[in-house]
Design a protein around this ligand. Sequence first.
Ligand code: MF3
Ligand code: CO
Length: 284
Amino acid sequence: MKKLIKGARFTPRNYSDEVEAKIQQYKHEGVRLPQRHLLRTEEQLAGIRESAKINTALLDYISENIREGMSTAEIDHMVYCFTTDHDAIPAPFMYEGYPKSVCTSINDVVCHGIPSTKEILKSGDIVNVDVSTIYKGYFSDASRMFMIGEVSPEMKRLVEVTRECRDIGVRMAQPWTRLGDIGAAIQEHAEKNGYSVVRDLCGHGCGVKFHEEPDVEHFGKRGTGMMIVPGMTFTIEPMINMGSYEVFIDEADGWTVCTDDGLPSAQWESMVLITENGNEVLTE
Ligand code: MF3
Ligand code: CO
C-alpha cells in the first residue's frame, strides 16, 4: 500500500483554493450550491469544447442549406449525415424514445417538433432548429431560429427579441451571482416587449450528460436560486411566446410542445461555461 502523503488532497477537485473558499463561505450562509460533479475538470472541458465545435459547425451548415420548400425530414437527414460524418452522434436520436436526430419547431410549436416528410417549410414560417451532439461521450446543445421567405414584421420582431433574451441571459451568467438573476433579466426583456416567457420548460446543465442539474429557468427573481459557480456548463434557451405562456404537449406524438393560444413562439439556445472571471460561450 502507498503511504499517505501529508497535505495531499484525497478528494480531487478541479477548482482553485479561491473557489473552494467561496464555496465554503456560501455553504456556511446556507446558499444553494451546485454539487461538485457539476464543476467540470479540464479533461471534461476539452471534450465538451470539441463536441460544441461540431455542434456549432452543424448549425452553420444548416444555416447555409435550409430553404423554402424543404421538408423538416430533410433537415433531419442533414443533421444525421453531418454529425456522423464528424464521428459524432446526434444526442436526440432515441433519447427517451425520441425518434429523430433534431427538433424542428415551426410557428406555434414551442419546441420538440418532430421532423416529418409531410412538413414543408413555406414562406412566412419561423422555424427553430435545435441540435445536440455527443462526441467522445461529451454533450453539447444549441438552437437557432430561421425565417423562411417573407416573414411578417410581427414575427420578425418576436425572433429578434427572443435572440436578445438569450443574449441577455448569457451576459448575466456570471460567477457568484444567482440563477434567478438570469431568469429575471430574460423575463424583464420579454415582458417589456409585450411577450411572455414559457414556464414549463427550462435550460439545463449539459456536458457530461445531455440534461443534468441545474434547471435554468428563464423567469424568476434576482438574488434567488442556485449560486453560479466557475466550472459549471449549462444552457440558456428561452422560449418566448407572442401571446400567453401556456403550452400543451400534442397527445398524438407525446413530444411536440405547442402554444395554447396558437400564437407563434421563438427560441434561441446557447451553452455557456462559467469561468472565474466571466463566462465562455460554448455553443450558439
Ligand atoms: N435539444 C433539446 C434541449 O434543448 C432537448 C431535446 S430532447 C429530444 O434541451 F429528445 F426532444 F431531442
Ligand atoms: Co437544451
